[in-house]
Design a binder for this molecule. Structure first.
Ligand code: GCU
Length: 330
């Protein structure tokens, strides 16, 4: 914490606001925007955001620069979003699951087996619904610029999970999202919400028995060292989201804002290619290190989470309506 404070103080003094760079003949204004995320620099999402930063710098002729802080250096996802709301950070990458606490529209991504397949998921994020969700946090002080593909999430544990029965009584780490908690409760596991950065130690020390994530994050965060069974149940597809504070967006000119939005979109398309490659590579690495990938009968898991939809229909009419809209997308 001390360390984080120190880094933050330093970056605040050097990177906030506008500096003037002297060109050969005239001065021009440089705005530096700080971007925080929780993955390491090997992760595909870091590479996509580096591409975003490059394009912004190039297209604005160096007038807008984005400095990326990886590995939760400026705080975990929730803390980063709060820093953005307080004006101490410009841009953050967060998983959509965590965003549910800031804007309920993001809950849609946390619902298991709502998307029929990857193509359906892609159609939804590119539809009006996808755009509405990105805009939905405006009154919280920030908006989403784009989604980054983050594959499908599956359970992994210290013992093989072949059917939903195997989850019963297990302490399962979930993202801090009410819907993820409800899903695991419905499967009769014990949901334990934890920040991503705390999970390696929690698995290692037996604070939790299991977790759920995509293959890339599973290996790049070295969870594969301490959990050797990865079940391919693919219960959710939850994108990462690139967020910018309203205040930071508004300090840019209209032209710069367009460049930032377009570059975000382009980096999202680049991420789709990066993702596929990284998942294949990371799976091969995990197998080499003794992880067993288990093919499961997904219909068993789909049946086990059906009551969740009944509960939503009764208690969350807005979400239920959104579920129906998503299902109608062909
Ligand atoms: C994924 C996602 C991260 C998220 C993590 C988690 O890896 O890309 O943004 O933090 O899941 O489970 O917390």
């Amino acid at each position: 914490m001390q360390n984080r404070k120190r880094i933050l103080n330093t970056v605040t003094s050097i990177a906030t606001g506008i500096m003037f760079m002297l060109g050969t003949s005239q001065a021009f204004a440089v705005t530096t925007l700080k971007l925080s995320h929780n993955q390491n620099r090997e992760h595909a999402v870091h590479k996509a955001m580096a591409e975003f930063a490059n394009e912004v710098k190039e297209k604005t002729n160096g007038e807008v620069r984005i400095r990326i802080y990886s590995d939760s250096q400026l705080g975990n996802q929730r803390e980063s979003i709060e820093l953005m709301q307080n004006g101490a950070l410009d841009i953050a990458k967060s998983n959509a699951a965590e965003l549910e606490a800031f804007s309920p529209a993001y809950s849609i991504f946390n619902l298991p087996y709502l998307f029929r397949d990857k193509a359906h998921y892609q159609q939804v994020i590119n539809s009006d619904i996808g755009k509405e969700i990105l805009a939905s946090s405006q009154n919280m002080g920030f908006i989403g610029l784009t989604y980054y593909d983050a594959g499908a999430r599956s359970f992994y544990a210290k013992k093989p999970i072949r059917t939903p029965d195997d989850l019963k009584g297990l302490k399962i780490r979930v993202q801090p999202s009410p819907t993820a908690i409800a899903m695991v409760k419905g499967l009769e596991g014990n949901p334990t919400p934890l920040a991503y950065g705390e999970l390696y130690t929690a698995l290692q020390q037996g604070v939790v028995d299991a977790a759920e994530n995509n293959i890339t994050s599973f290996t790049l965060s070295r969870h594969s060292e301490v959990t050797k069974f990865f079940s391919l149940d693919e219960h959710t597809m939850i994108p990462d989201v690139l967020l910018i504070s309203n205040k930071s967006l508004n300090k840019l000119t209209a032209e710069q804002q367009e460049i930032v939005k377009k570059a975000a979109q382009n980096s999202s398309e680049y991420m789709v290619q990066l993702w596929e490659k990284s998942e294949q590579e990371e799976r091969a690495k995990a197998e080499k290190h003794g992880v067993e990938f288990i093919v499961v009968d997904k219909t068993l898991f789909q049946d086990a989470v059906k009551p969740l939809y009944g509960d939503i229909a009764k208690t969350q009419p807005e979400l239920s309506e959104m579920v129906n809209r998503v299902r109608k997308i062909e």
